[in-house]
Design a protein around this ligand. Sequence first.
Ligand code: AMP
Ligand code: ZN
Length: 487
Amino acid sequence: MLDSEYHESGCYINITFTDTQIMGLTLFNSLGKTKQPFEPKNDDEVTVYCCGPTVYDYAHIGNLRTFLFEDVLIRYLELKGYKVKFVMNITDVDDKTIRAAKNSNSTLKEYTNRFTSEFFKDLQSLNVKEATEYPRATDYIKDIESHIMKLQSEEYCYERDGSYYYSINKFSKYGSLSGLEINNEKNRTRLNEDEYTKDNAQDFALWKAWDKDDGDVYWEGKLGKGRPGWHIECSVMSTKILGEEIDIHAGGVDLIFPHHENEIAQTEAVTNKKFVRYWIHSEHLIVEGKKMSKSEGNFFTLRDLIDKGYDAKNIRFLLISSHYRSQLNFTFDGINQAKENINRIQEIYSKIIEGKPKTGRDANISSITKESKKAFEEALDDDLDMPVALASIFKFVRDMNKYLETNQVLEENKLEITDYFETIDKVLGILSDKTIELDDDVRSLIEQRDEARIKKDWKKSDEIREELLKKGFIVEDTKEGTRIKRK
Ligand code: AMP
Ligand code: ZN
């Protein structure tokens, strides 16, 4: 990753991000509930595990808010120079997937494959960076069985009627993430009929014995005929792929309890090591002030919004704009506002990159650019404070617009400003048309038109403008020279 700095010799030198730049990031750790300096276990690689979707339906925009937050986290770690190994699981077996597959007369595999690929399409439309791996729970059944057997041999697990349960009283640290006091009477969930089989109401299933509702969904191995519980899937896939000690584990706030609490209990009971260094949780999305629900008619998937004519890029921007630890109130006005905000950034960026600058450098603009980049990184260093980071970008946009009213950007400033926009966009992922691909034909037409204008041959200049328009390009004559935009 390169950063250019002005050197006393008068040239620009390229410097790489140094260790000092890697320092500085603090993250709010749900384990301990404080902002903590980010120190990964190994200097050279950060391991991140995010709980992925349960593929029984399309992801809704609340899920997507969480996945987009995680994308910002990964992108920022990479911007800071970390090599990131990022795993997101696909939950492709649970009550909901089994029921939905049955209702649609498909096999579990056919059904979950369909919604897994729809999920990937959503991620692509939203410009989410691909994870290193997307493991599916059903590919890890043998490892899950072995893990449960280890828990059983250490007496953290007991069997009842073919199902296996985790005995939370055996794990002394149970409750350390969520703050739940297990022996507090108030916190005891009431037992329903079939839960009488468990020793303790809060013990949870590691393996569920086959039931007729499961149809042909079962595995028959060391634990007998059945299928895994949800929590054990994540303990096994994360440690199998990323190792026994993971740097960051993320998800929405609803996963703190019981899912992540249970993941800690299942994993640490076997490894005797601290499972995760930083637990990061993002707040929920609500719609027009209300919890999203199908019955309220305020439940949206990405395709619902695209069908209404909204652009995925604007939706991405809206969903990443608020602080991840605040609830996000989704509104349609919010998408329109996001569109305007992207346009403000895109317009100034296009003006700068398409201009033909004179040589030289304005020291004041250099310093504004450098300060703005610093402000952006400082805001994100502070527990990924996106609202503050965005405020610094809009201040820069205002400053540049003001400057361009009476000045032209000089060559060396153009390099610095381009680097600034490329840097912020490594995290935001919203700027497009960074370079407009012009073929030789179009290039030659632009040159001929420029020549015609120098000769004040306005008729020819207008004809070429029309010809370019037919090819899908809009020509603008600006102080900086000819600008080309896509129609
Ligand atoms: P699921 O597919 O239900 O397992 O959820 C996938 C991810 O979306 C998890 O990290 C959840 O915590 C998160 N999530 C669920 N509902 C919301 C919501 N309304 N807002 C934000 N994130 C959510
Ligand atoms: Zn999980």
